[in-house]
Design a protein. Structure first.
Length: 414
């Protein structure tokens, strides 16, 4: 009996191994067969411009995603009437205050009113917008749509936002980092040189985090015309930048995906609402893959309210920019500050003469002022990142910085 069991186990393991290897081989084969070479030498400006969102998806999306049948519910077709389709508790929730949002009902699957309002503000069509749980949902989704685990790779430009790496590791995708220049500019030739037949996505953060610097439009055009895969522009902080969004490039380059969020300039980090703007074909794939009701009703209602008060947002942005420049000048006047990076965002990256990590810790532990140490990242030695807050908050930060510097320097001299 034991011998029979052993033979059966051996057979099953062998069969499963064969099936697994066969699947991986076929995925790699299909991946290589379904898309053109994306090396700079084989791509031309004209070919990229003449391509469409459909051709980008056909060449770069995973085959199983292209044939995926999305989860559908009756609310996709009927949102009004006597709704007895989704097994909701129509008696409603047990809340201490009146429920004005009909929280017993699932939210709209595709957030049409929110997309319509966003489309007017960003000057794009509603069908070019995906709404999700912050930008992070869209980041992870792009990996799942376009990257084959253990096969595909992506290009990042450190120092940059950490979730590109987290999502890559989670989805078993190789990262090929091409660091920014010491002045925090894209090194376009090196980025394009790093592209190979398995490169699916190039991640660009603009304004950068932690660099706070916008990339050049000409650099993005060069990359998007030379690389036929997905070029992601993460514009989380774009409302603070004088140069404005590069959404208009979508008209020429259907392989660009622009990520934006309501967490920064809109002051709504707590509702976790972000969106992607791209060709309707790429957005369609994102809608296929997303959870049926990914954004909750409360977040959607608050987001729509904020978008309806866009003029207030613009006033707040002007106030923050004014305060940002005041804090920047104040930092530059301190002899122990080596440099303060010019900012296109709502934060400042500044370099100290020495002991940045220790000073960061002293500020947090002894002054209860929490900033972000960035000295471990490329081209950010002895750097600290600070968010621009209200005037009184910024003054408290500056006092804490002075106190921490004096404390650390005093202890070092003993």
């Amino acid at each position: 009996m034991t011998s029979d069991h052993t033979q059966i186990q051996t057979f099953c393991i062998g069969a499963l191994t064969g099936l697994t290897l066969s699947y991986v081989y076929n995925q790699i084969k299909a991946s290589k067969k379904s898309r053109p070479s994306s090396s700079p030498s084989s791509s031309s400006n004209s070919s990229s411009k003449s391509s469409s969102g459909a051709s980008v998806c056909a060449a770069y999306a995973r085959p199983n995603i292209l044939t995926l049948q999305p989860y559908r519910c009756a609310r996709d077709d009927y949102e009004t009437g006597l709704l007895l389709d989704a097994n909701e508790n129509t008696l409603g929730p047990s809340l201490s205050s009146p429920d004005t949002q009909e929280l017993e009902r699932y939210p709209s699957p595709y957030q049409i009113p929110l997309k319509q309002k966003l489309s007017k503000i960003r000057n794009v069509k509603p069908e070019n917008i995906f709404v999700g749980v912050g930008s992070d949902e869209a980041i992870d989704m792009l990996y799942r749509i376009f990257c084959i685990p253990s096969v595909s790779n992506v290009i990042t430009t450190p120092p940059t936002y950490g979730m590109y790496k987290v999502s890559a590791v989670t989805n078993d995708v190789q990262i090929k980092p091409v660091p920014l220049s010491p002045s925090y500019d894209l090194r376009v030739p090196e980025m394009l040189e790093a592209v190979d037949e398995n490169t699916r996505i190039i991640w660009i953060c603009s304004p950068g985090n932690p660099t706070s610097k916008c990339v050049k439009s000409s650099d993005v055009r060069k990359i998007a015309s030379s690389f036929s895969g997905i070029v992601v522009l993460d514009e989380a902080y774009i409302d603070f930048a004088e140069s404005g969004s590069l959404c208009h490039l979508l008209e020429t380059y259907p392989n660009i995906v622009v990520l934006q969020t309501l967490s920064k300039a809109f002051g709504l980090a707590g509702i976790r609402c972000g969106f992607a703007i791209s060709s309707k074909e790429i957005i369609e794939l994102m809608n296929r893959v997303k959870a049926p009701y990914n954004l909750n009703k409360l977040s959607s209602a608050v987001a729509l309210d904020a978008l309806n008060n866009y003029s207030t947002l613009q006033k707040n942005i002007k106030l923050l920019i004014k305060e940002r420049e005041r804090v920047k000048s104040s930092l530059e006047s301190r002899p122990y500050v080596v440099r303060v990076q010019q900012s296109d965002s709502n934060f400042l990256l500044f370099e100290l003469k020495r002991n940045a990590k220790l000073i960061y810790q002293v500020m947090a532990d002894e002054y209860s002022v929490v900033t972000r140490y960035r000295g471990a990242e490329v081209h950010c030695g002895e750097c600290v990142r600070v968010t621009v807050g209200k005037e009184e908050e910024n003054e408290e930060f500056l006092k804490a910085l002075d106190g921490a510097w004096e404390r650390v320097e005093g202890e070092k001299s003993l």
